[in-house]
Write a protein that binds this ligand. Structure first.
Ligand code: PAF
Length: 275
């Protein structure tokens, strides 16, 4: 497994592999890898990629002031071991300085899907995500890139970016991987105390209880109540069209239920698409 720290070296190697005819997959992550990330690597393998590049980069540009950029968990040694065991063929560990050279002034802004939900609560977040993902796409020029459904809005924004900026990349969105309690796997789960973990079980239970056919307003109130009864502070619960992310009037197939809550100081997101 190759380890790259310099963007230019990764770019040179990826170009060589592409010219040699290798199918390349990219799995962008912020590290502190867990089962969810490993499922993305497995998905890349299943897509027939000969080179699987995992990027590990806590991207400062997608964190707002007062968010957890500094304390975001990092463990390079463990991430390397997990990537190797999962079958990654290359890992990219850039530094903020070599990803964003002094004077960096170009960003990618998606102007529709980013407006609501997490975009409304975390101004600039998706601008940071789209920018770093576009940079990674240009460095690796993968055939496929794999993202997790847990970050539902992010995945939709990346699909839109690929469409609108003509990236020749197939986007795969892999299902959410959950702990046995139902809690969606996230590097941020490491912030949770035992009590907070117990409370967090209400999130997946609430999502699982949503049923098609009911009134959106009544169902939303019921979900909020369930979450609040578990002592979670609701940031938002929204029922939206799974493609456009616009609010819907009826709960039916193709509706995504997206939510964000605070469990103590930790902000957790989760979602479910009604089938
Ligand atoms: O989902 C994440 O871990 C990040 O937002 C991503 C896509 C790696 C960009 O930094």
């Amino acid at each position: 497994m190759r380890i790259f720290r310099e963007p230019a070296k990764l770019q040179r190697w990826a170009k060589m592999r592409r010219l040699a005819g290798a199918k390349i997959a990219l799995v962008p992550t912020m590290g502190y890898l867990h089962e969810g990330h490993l499922s993305l690597i497995a998905r890349a393998k299943a897509a027939g990629a000969e080179e699987i590049v995992v990027s590990v980069f806590v991207n400062p540009v997608q964190f707002g002031p007062g968010e957890d950029y500094e304390k975001y968990p990092r463990d390079e040694k463990a991430d390397l071991a997990k990537c190797r065991a999962a079958g990654a063929t290359a890992v990219f560990f850039p530094t903020p300085q070599n990803m964003y050279r002094e004077g960096h002034s170009v960003y990618v802004v998606e102007e529709d899907l980013s407006r609501g939900l997490c975009g409304a609560r975390r101004p600039g977040h998706f601008r940071g995500v789209a920018t770093v993902v576009a940079k990674l796409f240009n460095l690796v020029r993968p055939d496929v890139a794999v993202f997790g459904q847990k970050d539902y809005q992010q995945a939709q924004i990346i699909r839109r970016m690929v469409r609108d900026l003509n990236f020749d990349i197939k986007i795969i969105v892999a299902p959410i991987v959950r702990e046995s309690s139902g809690l969606a796997r996230s590097s941020r789960n490491t912030y949770l105390s035992e009590t907070e973990r117990l409370r967090a079980v209400a999130i997946s239970r609430a999502l699982a209880s949503v049923a098609a056919g009911r009134s959106v307003a009544a169902e939303r109130r019921r979900i909020v109540r369930m979450l609040e009864q578990a002592a979670l502070k609701v940031d938002y619960v929204e029922m939206v069209d799974a493609e456009t992310l616009r609010p819907v009037k009826k709960l039916a197939k193709g509706v995504a239920v997206l939510l964000a809550v605070y469990d103590g100081k930790t902000r957790l997101i989760d979602n479910r698409v009604l089938h």
